[in-house]
Design a protein around this ligand. Structure first.
Ligand code: ADP
Ligand code: GLC
Length: 476
C-alpha cells in the first residue's frame, strides 16, 4: 500500500470544532479502501492526550519554538496517529485555537508552524520505518508544511493542500519570519506574503504540487473576487492544479438504520416518533407546519442572521424552528431572544453531538442559509435521514442538493429547496415554499425518498483523491 501523511489541526473522535474534523477522521478509512494507508499528524491538545494511549516516540526536538517536543505514535478508533506532544504549545485550557472566551492564542503562528515543521520532517526523514509518498495538508494550520519541505534536502513526497475554508489565512506578523524559520526571499507577492503579513494558507497554495477544495462549485467560486478572499488571482494562476473533490459523510456514524440516538427509524413510524420526541425535547407544541432544524456554528458565514429576519415567514405559517449552535455571542443572544418571544422557536446554545443526531432524525427540514459554504455536511446528514435540506445556492450546497423546480418535480429528481441570492427575502420565500410543499404530502415524501437514495459516502471522492495522489507521488 502507498502511504500518505494527513496533517490536520482537528480530527474526530479526538478533537472537533467543525467539518474539518469530520473529514480528517473519515478520510483514512475511505483511503484505505482505495489502496492508500493514511496516517494523521495532530497536535497533542489535552483532549487528544486524554483519549490516546501514546506509543513509541518517532521524532523529537529539544527546542521546538521554546520547549522540548516529540512525535509519538498512537492508534484508536480505526486511526493511525502521530501526535505532536509539545506541552509548552498545546497543554492549555480552552479551545484548539484560543482561550475559553474564543480569543485566539497569540502564539498560534508558532503552535501551528510547529505542527508543519514536524510534518515536513516526517515527509523528508520518515517516522520510524514509515515514509510517506504524499503529504496532504488541511487548511492554514498545515499550510507551512510544503514550504518547510521545499527547504529540506531529504526524500521529497508529493504535496496536496486542501482548502476547507479560505476565510482563515493563518496570518502572522512579518517580524516572525526569522522565528518561524521561513525563507526571507519567499516573502513576496508570489510567495507567502499577503498585505505585508505572513499567510500560512498562501504558503500552502504556492508551494504545494496540487490544490484541492471540498466541492467543485467552491473550486470555481474561489477563483472569483467575492469568494477568493484576496487569493482568487493566485488560484486562477494555478487553476490547472486546483480541483474540487466533494466531501462525503461518515455513513456509519450517520446511519438512520443503526443510529443509537433513534430507534426503528427506517419505518415512517420511526420518523414520526423521533419528531414527537424532538418537539418534546425542545418544548415545541404540536403544529401542522414543518419542523425545521439548524445545527451550526453561529458565524457570519452561516447566514443565520438572515434566518432571524426571515423567521416570521416560517412561524406565521405554522412552521417551527429548533436550533442548536454556538459561536458569535450576538447571534447566540438573538436566537435565545427569538425563542423566548415565539412559542414556535426554540434554541439550544451549545455543542451537543448526540442532540444533533436526534434533531436531524426528528426534523422535517434542515436549514443551511450560508453566505458561502465550501461543502457543508449537515445538508448531507439531512439527505440521509429523510430531512429535506433548504439551502443557499452556494459552494457545496449547489453540488449536493437538487432544487425543486417545475422540471425537477416533473422528473421526480428534486431533493431539496434552494434560494438565491443570500438575502432574508429570498430565504423567506424558500421557507414559505417549504411550508407549501410540506402540506403536499406526496411531493414531500418524494423529496425525502430522493434524498435518502442519494449517495453521500466517501467512495467516489476517495477514488478522486487517490488518482490525484498518484499524479504527484514519487515514482515507485
Ligand atoms: P463548518 O465546518 O463550516 O462548521 P460543516 O457543515 O462542514 O460546517 O460541519 C459542521 C460539523 O459540526 C457538522 O458535523 C455538524 O453536525 C457539527 N456541528 C456544528 N455545530 C454543532 C453543535 N452546536 N452541536 C453539535 N454538532 C455541531
Ligand atoms: C469547512 C467549511 C465546510 C466544510 C468543512 C469540511 O469548515 O466551512 O463547508 O464542509 O470545512 O470540509
Amino acid at each position: 500500500m502507498r502511504q500518505v501523511l494527513s496533517v490536520t489541526s482537528e480530527c474526530i473522535p479526538l478533537v472537533k470544532t467543525g467539518g474539518l474534523a469530520d473529514v480528517a477522521g473519515a478520510l483514512p478509512g475511505a483511503m484505505r479502501d482505495v489502496g492508500w494507508e493514511m496516517k494523521t499528524l495532530l497536535p497533542g491538545y489535552p483532549e487528544v492526550m486524554a483519549k490516546i494511549k501514546a506509543g513509541k516516540t518517532v521524532l523529537s526536538d529539544k527546542n521546538l519554538f521554546g520547549g522540548a517536543a516529540k512525535v509519538v505514535e498512537a492508534s484508536g478508533s480505526g486511526l493511525k496517529l502521530f501526535v505532536l506532544v509539545a506541552p509548552h504549545l498545546y497543554e492549555r485550557d480552552g479551545l484548539p485555537y484560543g482561550d475559553a472566551s474564543g480569543k485566539d492564542w497569540p502564539d498560534n503562528p508558532e503552535r501551528f508552524a510547529a505542527l508543519c515543521k514536524m510534518a515536513a520532517r516526517i515527509g523528508s526523514e520518515g517516522a520510524g520505518d514509515w515514509l510517506p509518498d504524499i503529504v496532504h495538508c488541511h487548511d492554514w494550520q498545515a499550510g507551512l508544511t510544503p514550504l518547510y519541505l521545499s527547504q529540506s534536502s531529504g526524500h521529497r513526497p508529493g504535496t496536496i493542500m486542501t482548502i476547507h475554508n479560505i476565510a482563515f489565512h493563518g496570518f502572522a506578523p512579518k517580524e516572525k519570519i526569522g522565528l518561524l524559520g521561513l525563507p526571507r526571499d519567499g516573502f513576496t507577492q508570489d510567495g507567502y506574503e499577503y498585505w505585508d503579513q505572513i499567510s500560512a494558507l498562501k504558503a500552502g497554495l504556492v508551494w504545494s504540487d496540487k490544490l484541492t477544495t471540498v466541492s467543485p462549485t467552491y473550486a470555481k467560486e474561489l477563483m472569483r473576487a467575492e469568494f477568493g478572499m484576496g487569493l482568487d488571482g493566485l488560484l486562477q494562476s494555478r487553476s490547472n492544479d486546483l480541483v474540487g473533490i466533494l466531501n462525503g459523510i461518515d455513513d456509519k456514524t450517520w446511519d438512520p438504520a443503526t443510529d443509537p440516538e433513534i430507534a426503528n427509524y427506517k419505518t415512517p413510524r420511526g420518523k414520526r416518533t423521533a419528531k414527537t420526541r424532538l418537539r418534546r425535547e425542545f418544548g415545541l407544541p404540536v403544529s401542522d407546519g414543518p419542523l425545521c432544524v439548524v445545527v451550526s456554528r453561529l458565524s457570519h458565514q452561516k447566514g443565520l442572521d438572515l434566518l432571524l429576519e426571515a423567521l416570521p415567514a416560517l412561524v406565521d405559517r405554522g412552521g417551527q424552528l429548533a436550533l442548536l449552535g454556538s459561536g458569535d455571542k450576538e447571534l447566540e443572544r438573538r436566537f435565545a431572544e427569538a425563542a423566548a418571544s415565539h412559542k414556535f422557536v426554540s434554541a439550544r446554545i451549545g455543542y451537543d453531538e448526540a442532540l444533533s443526531h436526534r434533531m436531524i432524525a426528528g426534523a422535517d427540514a434542515i436549514l443551511v442559509p450560508s453566505r458561502f459554504e465550501p461543502c457543508g455536511l449537515t445538508q448531507l446528514y439531512g439527505l440521509r435521514y429523510g430531512t429535506v435540506p433548504v439551502v443557499a445556492y452556494t459552494g457545496g450546497l449547489v453540488d449536493t442538493v437538487i432544487p425543486v423546480s417545475p422540471m425537477t418535480l416533473r422528473g421526480k429528481v428534486a431533493t431539496g429547496i434552494q434560494f438565491h441570492p443570500a438575502t432574508s427575502d429570498a430565504l423567506a420565500r424558500a421557507l414559505m415554499q417549504a411550508v407549501d410543499l410540506f402540506a403536499d404530502k406526496p411531493v414531500w415524501e418524494m423529496l425525502q425518498k430522493n434524498g435518502m437514495r442519494q449517495t453521500v459516502g466517501w467512495q467516489a471522492s476517495a477514488a478522486e483523491y487517490a488518482s490525484l495522489y498518484e499524479k504527484v507521488a514519487p515514482a515507485l
